[in-house]
Ligand binder design. Structure first.
Ligand code: MRU
Length: 353
């Protein structure tokens, strides 16, 4: 992978460097975030996006939260800043559980450090927070590679694979989840095509997945979202592979709006439907899909394509950013630990144990 979507540059006084995904594929531009507000804005406006990538970015956001405190400041003030930043950043993308997962992990580590280390001071707390954020970033890279290796068996020579949104390197700190499977299948010498839904309203498939797969030399064909069923009927799709933003204890999986419809279509045409996600995407506090919070985004995203208004002024629109696919339509969930076939509560509990 020749690029990395999220990076920390420097020591505790460094900054976050992101690929500004709003500008792809037209421009490859890096964005530097030096305070909590700017990383918050980057997360909210999808400059950085994809569940694992926003988790990693938010982890580094906590480093920024305590960066400019005076060296001799109190640990209490440091923890208070971290808490505020955790609440603010965690509220920005409610469906992607990796966001709160990463924030809780970094905050929990800071809290433990303050309680357990008698000589703790602010500079040491800053080091501790950066070390934990770096660990999450490294872990993500490793998880991505393993998901790819575990899932590549599902891609056979001459397959047509359908994917939705972007669950690739741009959406993680590593080589992606769903797309990692494709990268590993290519590495194993397999030939296949990837059909990519353009993914309205923000076109993550057309803009980002097509760009990313092309960079990696994979045969990619963009289709409009409403073409998937017809391609399935024609026998061009042998498997559907997508990512996930949150998976409930019973295997119901939230992903970019449109994924649910694909799962129904795949089921009807007897095409396997795979979800690729790290174990950090499971939320065992939620027993099933209807309890997963669904992010509602601005109507502008539906009313405009770029600068051009496509919906008459005054007309109401809906913009739920995610939907939930029931476990019964998922052939298997592929994680860094292995495969959960026909997922259900028992198999998931065993897998995560
Ligand atoms: O709104 P986005 O672009 O952040 O939505 C991203 C997705 O739906 C991805 O499929 C998901 O986060 C998996 S990322 C590996």
């Amino acid at each position: 992978m020749v690029f990395s979507s999220v990076n920390w540059v420097g020591d505790e006084d460094g900054f976050i460097e992101l690929i500004d995904q709003r500008q792809l594929p037209g421009k490859f531009v890096k964005l530097r975030c030096r305070d909590v507000q700017s990383i918050g804005k980057a997360i909210q406006t999808l400059a950085v996006r994809g569940a694992p990538a926003i988790g990693v970015a938010a982890g580094y956001g906590l480093v920024l939260a305590i960066q400019n405190l005076p060296e001799n400041g109190s640990l209490k003030s440091g923890l208070a800043k971290l808490k505020d930043a955790r609440e603010y950043l965690g509220s920005l993308r409610p469906t992607a559980v990796n966001l709160s997962w990463a924030l809780d992990k970094v905050y929990g580590c800071a809290e433990k450090f303050v309680i357990e280390q008698s000589q703790a001071n602010l500079p040491l707390l800053q080091q501790c927070v950066l070390a934990e954020a770096n660990a999450i970033c490294q872990e993500d890279k490793e998880m991505c590679r393993r998901i790819g290796q575990n899932g590549q068996e599902f891609i056979k020579n001459d397959y047509g694979i359908l994917t939705h949104c972007n669950a690739g390197a741009l959406a993680t700190a590593g080589q992606g989840t769903a797309l990692s499977i494709m990268y590993e299948a290519k590495k194993a010498g397999k030939h296949f095509k990837v059909y990519v839904d353009e993914t309205r309203p923000l076109l993550q498939g057309a803009r980002l997945t097509a760009w990313e797969l092309r960079q990696e030399g994979i045969d990619v064909i963009v289709i409009c979202d409403n073409m998937a069923g017809w391609l399935m009927k024609q026998g061009r799709i042998n498997a559907v592979i997508t990512g996930a933003d949150r998976i409930a204890a019973n295997g119901d999986a939230a992903n970019k709006i449109g994924t649910y419809s694909l799962s129904i279509l795949a089921n009807h045409h007897r095409i396997p439907f795979y979800i690729a996600a790290p174990t950090s995407t499971f939320d065992l506090t939620i027993s099933s899909g209807p309890d997963i919070p669904i992010e509602q985004r601005s109507a502008d995203e539906v009313q405009f394509v770029g600068d051009k208004r496509t919906v008459p002024e005054g007309v109401k629109v809906l913009n739920p950013a995610f939907d939930v696919t029931q476990a019964e339509f998922i052939t298997a969930i592929i994680t860094e630990r292995g495969i959960i076939e026909k997922p259900d509560t028992g198999k998931i509990a065993t897998h995560l144990h």
